[in-house]
Design a protein. Structure first.
Length: 296
């Protein structure tokens, strides 16, 4: 069993809980997820099964789409309603126009300080473990990419954003910073991941539907994780050489590494039926595999 599974994660469970549930069905195949969702959050969780676990980094780099709901005039150490929420005394109540006006400041590449309650590591320890012990955790700001940001609903104190972003974005921290710009505070009350790349919530299956039969019928070909890579089609002899880890002649319309600014440009190698065989890179004398998906 090799492929990807688009799951609609329910609220109240961890991403690991979902993996464990599917793991019991697909054993002995390996399984992993491509992007954690907090227990509060719901929506698209892409699971990679079998050799497709080698594609997790590629799925993680895809653009993500969220619908986040926030409550203004409130603070929480976790930046969401999972923590102890404190209401501010007489906070400002911005208008919808004022809220829309600050959104462009959070578009494109911006600096974001991750929340203390996150899985990032500080001196080898998870930040949330330190924060739960009462230690002060100040994580350094880092660049993130916001591709799209739109106000969908607003009736004070509640506002809803539609967000398209790159890897590493913390949506609750985005709400936090927008509120600060408005002279107030906010906590995230709901989060739905509506898509990762070409994986959308409309096509996701619920955890209640998970069975051997449903997984086999809903399994997505591994090639779907590599939509951004150029594709080359191998003949049978080339496929055998690649399966053995050998280099093949660069007979394709691909400039050699010496003319490329990046000699690690990758290519998805497929057979005549578009089945993913390997991910190739330039090697001296041709093209060779960095990830193989077929047996010799």
């Amino acid at each position: 069993m090799i492929g990807l599974l688009n799951i609609n994660k329910p609220a109240g469970v961890t991403s690991r809980d979902v993996v464990n549930r599917v793991q019991r069905v697909v054993r002995p195949a390996k399984i992993g997820h491509a992007g954690t969702l907090d227990p509060l959050a719901t929506g698209v969780l892409v699971l990679c099964i079998g050799k497709a676990t080698r594609l997790i980094p590629y799925v993680q780099q895809m653009r993500k789409r969220y619908r986040g709901t926030f409550l203004l005039g409130r603070l929480s150490e976790t930046e969401d309603v999972e923590g102890d929420v404190v209401e501010l005394e007489s906070p400002p109540e911005p208008t919808a126009e004022e809220l829309r006006k600050v959104l462009p400041d959070f578009s494109g590449e911006i600096q974001q300080r991750p929340p203390a309650f996150s899985a990032l590591k500080v001196n080898g320890k998870r930040a949330y473990d330190l924060a739960r012990k009462g230690e002060v955790v100040e994580l350094a700001a880092r660049p993130i990419m916001i591709h799209g940001l739109e106000l969908i609903e607003y009736e004070y104190p509640r506002f809803v954003l539609d967000i398209e972003c790159g890897s590493g974005t913390y949506v609750r921290s985005l709400g936090r910073d927008i509120a600060v710009k408005l002279g107030t505070a906010a906590v995230m009350s709901d989060l739905i991941r509506t898509g990762i790349g070409r994986f959308c919530i409309q096509e996701a299956i619920s955890t209640d539907q998970v069975s051997k039969e449903s997984i086999e019928s809903q399994l997505i070909p591994p090639l779907h994780a590599l939509g951004g890579l150029p594709k080359v089609r191998l003949n049978d002899d080339e496929a055998r050489r690649i399966a053995a880890g050998l280099t093949i002649e660069n007979r394709f319309d691909i400039p050699d590494a010496e003319s490329q600014s990046d000699d690690r440009i990758e290519f998805a190698a497929v057979d005549g039926d578009d089945k993913l065989l390997a991910i190739l890179v330039h090697r001296k004398g041709g093209l060779g595999p960095v990830r193989n998906f077929v047996e010799q």
